[in-house]
Design a protein around this ligand. Structure first.
Ligand code: GDP
Ligand code: MG
Length: 372
């Protein structure tokens, strides 16, 4: 430690100060009780006593990613959690229709009252089991979130219209799911339509490694009509089945952490953010760092607009109380106190500004050659 004197060191080593001074003298260092010692001297002396002196590494307050390390998880406290599902597929194949149907018919929290709000995510229920759906279909959102480090999706539902088959964005979606390492469940949609050809869709998808079980593969296919709700419950069942295989668990006992699903500025309430809790339990009043901003959770509501005090893993909630609007995909973590949260948030914002400034001044080979 810097600034340690002989007396401090003597105490630390459980030795007499005079003994230390004598030892130092033999090592060629003339000193007295109050003289502060440099690091090297301390190290040499400690080594003489058979102790390895190590500078205590200063923890980086701005590094919130370290809290996402699996090592911080308490195995004993793990509990099953709901799967988080993203719906992807080619334009007009029925993503929005499916999400709307699910929201209308299966939205939970439906414990009386409340009008469904679009907060970017919601939970559906089948036989008392919950499934969290991210409400922003679209590959851009998915990629953007992943680019920011948020890997929130457990299962991808790939919607393919039975009357249109595999299209460019279908393949793009498959590649996104592969990159994210999530299993894919295929929802062959619009089977109510004339000209629907689910067999053809299956054949086309096999060329992309999505092989149905009846052909010896392990991809689940469900034939649905999102418009009429046909077999949608069966789709939910298959999602839960896949979730069972994944054995999704989380530790609700620790301070909450997770990712931002979406965020905006509300005129009256300030920054309003939908966050997905991935570990721990989030409480109203929690001091929090979110991306490059911070705050204290002032209010917390579910997708029905109902106030809640606490939210467990895999639950999406809308929170207020942040200083600024975070970005989709930003990670959040609850801190010990507001002061630490503020310090971390401010340091992160400062570093982000510096990064932007530095990026602006970088001379690339291209610009260099262009000016030559
Ligand atoms: P998205 O672009 O993937 O979100 O597709 P939409 O959900 O907006 O659907 C595109 C069109 O297909 C809309 O006119 C829907 O009403 C229609 N559609 C979606 N699902 C079905 C279905 O199961 N059957 C029929 N007949 N039409 C559907
Ligand atoms: Mg849509």
């Amino acid at each position: 430690k810097v600034g340690m004197n002989v007396q401090d060191l003597a105490k630390l080593l459980h030795r007499d100060a005079t003994e230390i001074i004598k030892k130092l003298f033999l090592l060629g260092v003339v000193t007295n009780q109050n003289q502060s010692l440099d690091e090297d001297t301390i190290e040499v002396l400690a080594a003489d006593y058979g102790i390895e002196a190590k500078q205590k590494e200063e923890e980086d307050v701005a590094d919130i990613d370290r809290f996402f390390d699996d090592e911080t998880i308490n195995e004993e406290a793990l509990e099953p959690r709901a799967p988080v599902v993203t719906i992807m597929g080619h334009v007009d194949h029925g993503k929005t229709t499916l999400l709307d149907y699910l929201r209308k018919t299966n939205v939970t929290a439906g414990e009386a009252g409340g009008i469904t709000q679009h907060i970017g995510a919601y939970q559906a229920r089948l036989n008392d089991k919950l499934i969290t759906f991210l409400d922003t279909p679209g590959h851009a959102a998915f990629t953007e979130m992943r680019a920011r480090g948020a890997n929130v999706t457990d299962i991808t539902v790939l919607v393919v219209a039975a009357d249109d088959g595999v299209q460019p964005q279908t393949i793009e979606a498959i590649n996104h799911a592969k990159a994210a390492g999530t299993p894919v469940i295929v929802a062959v949609n619009k089977i109510d339509k004339e000209g629907a050809n689910p067999e053809q869709v299956m054949n086309e998808l096999m060329a992309h490694d999505l092989v149905p079980e009846e052909y010896g593969g392990d991809t689940i296919f469900v034939q649905i009509s999102a418009k009429f709700g046909k077999n949608v419950d069966q789709l939910l069942e298959m999602i839960l089945l896949e979730a069972d295989v994944l054995e999704l668990k989380a530790d609700p006992t620790q301070p909450a952490r997770g990712s931002v699903i979406e965020a905006r500025l509300d005129k009256g309430r300030g920054p309003v953010s939908t966050v997905l809790i991935q570990q721990g339990t989030l409480h109203v009043g929690d001091p929090i760092v979110v991306g490059n901003t911070y705050g204290r959770v002032r209010t917390m509501t579910n997708e029905k607009g109902q106030d809640i005090d606490a939210a467990k893993p895999a639950t999406p909630v809308q929170i207020t109380g942040l200083n600024e609007v975070p970005l989709a995909g930003d990670r959040f973590i609850v801190m010990a106190d507001e002061k630490t949260a503020r310090a971390a948030g401010e340091e992160r914002a400062k570093r982000a500004r510096e990064e932007v400034r530095n990026a602006g001044s970088v001379v690339t080979l291209d610009t260099l050659f262009n000016t030559m």
